[in-house]
Design a protein around this ligand. Structure first.
Ligand code: ZN
Length: 119
């Protein structure tokens, strides 16, 4: 039995973990429809019960922890202001004259590094 993705009642994608009940924060390997395996972090177990198709197998429906939301890029950049001019939305990162990395807008990113100073 392989772990798989399963749509939860909330409409979000969750995990269908077979066998032992997983703990929140535990990493499990999940097989996608196309056969590739991804590692996902368990959020919390929302349901446990007998498998519908496999007698004697217990399955656990779990939410997916979103601690790795950085991989989606959906957060952080939306409301980050440019550290150089402070007035425009930061779209990229660039070093200043001291070599400090900071989030800057597209206009400031085109400046020479020596012209930027974040501190
Ligand atoms: Zn700027």
């Amino acid at each position: 039995m392989e772990n798989s993705y399963n749509r939860l009642k909330s409409g979000a994608w969750g995990l269908r973990v077979c066998g032992d009940k997983p703990s929140p924060g535990q990493t499990v390997e999940v097989t996608r429809r196309d056969g590739t395996v991804r590692r996902e972090t368990v959020g919390k177990v929302v349901w446990s019960g007998p498998d519908k198709w496999h007698t004697g197998v217990t399955v656990h429906l779990c939410t997916i922890a979103t601690a790795d939301s950085s991989t989606t890029g959906a957060e952080d950049t939306t409301n980050t202001l440019c550290v150089e001019c402070g007035s425009r939305r930061a779209t990229t990162t660039a070093p200043d004259s001291s070599g400090i990395m900071g989030s800057v807008c597209g206009r400031c990113a085109r400046l020479d590094p020596m012209e930027r100073s974040y501190a």
